[in-house]
Ligand binder design. Structure first.
Ligand SMILES: N[C@@H](CCC(=O)N[C@@H](CS)C(=O)NCC(=O)O)C(=O)O
Length: 172
């Protein structure tokens, strides 16, 4: 529609726009809350983690002189702003998931960002016990466990070749 990726072909549609894609899949597979209030909580948790995700996604494409300061920003944002929110939500949730006692797209997106931050900063969860337990629980969700296996559809960390390719294709 806008000559951009990502594009997902599903149910006879060509879906574009990341949030529209995620919302459709979440609603279709019952990962988007039981009512409007749960949906609002899910949206807040997802938008809250997005700022951190944006810093992580752009990292491989930054000039090397800017990488250290971006890593510091990721660390500060994770420790001071984002992770305490999810730590507290998990402590209060009882069921081990962020909203409504069942798996939602908020859990999936927070888990994804936790893995991405840990790839850069391995001890980032050291003062977040709830998030550590959450990370282990999420790893054991059967579909996620399968997705994390080597050889799955999960993309590897971008290497220099990948970065060069993307920059050429998207004419950065
Ligand atoms: N708002 C869109 C942004 C998508 C976007 O920026 N896609 C980039 C690649 S990451 C693209 O296709 N760029 C090519 C272009 O705009 O010509 C979304 O969230 O999906």
């Amino acid at each position: 529609m806008f000559q951009q990726v990502p594009l997902v072909e599903i149910d006879g549609m060509k879906l574009v726009q990341t949030r529209a894609i995620l919302n459709y899949i979440a609603a279709k597979y019952n990962l988007y809350g039981k009512d409007l209030k749960e949906r609002a909580m899910i949206d807040m948790y997802v938008e809250g983690i997005r700022e951190l995700m944006d810093l992580l996604i752009k990292h491989p494409f930054l000039p090397s002189a800017e990488k250290d300061s971006n890593t510091k920003l990721i660390q500060t944002k994770a420790i001071d702003r984002c992770f305490p929110v999810y730590e507290q939500a998990l402590a209060q949730s009882g069921g081990g998931y962020l909203v409504g006692g069942q798996l939602t797209k908020a859990d999936v997106q927070v888990f994804e960002v936790v893995l991405m931050v840990e790839e850069k900063l391995p001890s980032i969860l050291s003062s977040f016990p709830q998030l550590q337990a959450f990370r282990s629980r999420m790893r054991n969700v059967p579909a996620i466990q399968k997705f994390l296996q080597p050889g799955s559809q999960r993309k590897a960390q971008p290497d220099d070749n990948y970065v060069k390719n993307v920059m050429e294709v998207l004419r950065f």
